[in-house]
Design a protein around this ligand. Sequence first.
Ligand SMILES: [Zn+2]
Ligand SMILES: [Zn+2]
Length: 159
Amino acid sequence: METVLLYAFIVVVTFCFMEFMAWFAHKYIMHGWLWTWHKDHHDPNLKEGHFFEKNDMFFLVFAIPSAAAYIIGLATPHLWLLFVGIGISIYGLVYFLIHDVYIHRRFKWFRQLDNPYSRAILRAHGKHHSKKSKEDCESFGLLVVAPKFFKSRKERQKS
Ligand SMILES: [Zn+2]
Ligand SMILES: [Zn+2]
């Protein structure tokens, strides 16, 4: 029983850590030296009508530590690493569903979610996309949202 709880804990911790990693990579790498890969996500004109963005290559990059954790976790006595891999995969899936399907609507799989948290996520990421430039962007995380985005733009302007 304890082992099951421990493994579940590892999955949850990894998931939370991935939000930090995604924030960090977005702020310092994607808006840093790898801006050339991320640029077309901020400027759809650069996609020239293609479905894929250069930005999608980051999915492949994040799949590497995940795959490594699966392989090492299964091939060595360090089974806990398998659950690190599972945590990374679940985060990747959630990121894809929220960021690519829900926010950017690359697939019309579900309708607009409508609750205070989903609206806050949408506003925060919308704010991130309000600039097409490498500099001066804000809201680099996805699931962790600044409290101000729980208010509508109108409410924010008042205060
Ligand atoms: Zn960005
Ligand atoms: Zn986006």
